[in-house]
Design a protein around this ligand. Sequence first.
Ligand code: CP
Ligand code: NVA
Length: 305
Amino acid sequence: MKHFLSLADFTPEQIDELLQLGLRLKEEWRSGGNKPVLAGKSLALVFMKPSLRTRVSFEMAMVRLGGYAFYLSPNEIKLGNRESVPDAARVLSSYVDCIMARVYEHDHILQLAEYSSVPVINGLSDYNHPAQGLADLFTILEVKGRLRGLKVAFVGDGNNVARSLLFGAMKTGMNFAIASPAGYTLGDDDREKALAMRIDPEQTVTFVTDPAEAVRGADVVYTDVWTSMGQEAESGRRLQVFVSYQVNEELVAQANEDCIVMHCLPAHRGEEITDAVADGPHSVLWQQAENRMHAQKAILVKLLA
Ligand code: CP
Ligand code: NVA
């Protein structure tokens, strides 16, 4: 593992290793604290967009493993604006042992990785969100005890989070369905790429427009905001287009009785998810958010220890 840019880059065995290591590190943390295996290592957290979970969970993952992390706000680095991405990558990587970056254009992540002399972690781009995807697999495994053969249904925008979930599902033997309004689903290229990643030829990838169809037989119902960071100008239109894609009690009742409901957060309660579902018996939202830290410890240890 040189960088952590997309779940598509890893073999199913590597993803399983990350999940098992994350579970071990969570257990270790619970029973007294993690060993300082990253003592003396440093992580730069570069943000071109806001964050709660990604910023704090990466910082605390590093701190709890004995390392040091620091935050660089959108006003400091101004990637690709104040200086070119390759120049920023060359300089920053001469100071630190690892760079995590949250960007708009996915190409900026790829350029950082190309020109950095240290590992680069993708902390979300307009294309994908693999650290979230890994934590999502971690949470499903923790709650359900397995991944293979389960069905994940994503309801809403075919966005960065949906794409990482799709790739993660394929690499771990799950079936994936997405329900989105026409024109807002994942791409045909994503579907082709996902099908080629399957570890079992029986795994299905279904793109539909009807949320009820997607959640039928689902073990996991997943949603995310209708307007992602950077799309704010479209939010009025998106509110109208997505109005029938809300994850509410009526929709959840059509999934498996023991389904879990997931959301990467932040949530726009009353839009893509209701309070009754977010705070209801199927919700694993807080466990999912906490698991960002544990899954990311595994990424950091694999890249740096
Ligand atoms: N889920 C997630 O990445 O949250 P933040 O945007 O708060 O980091
Ligand atoms: N799709 C959302 C995820 C936030 C964690 C966004 O990109 O804004």
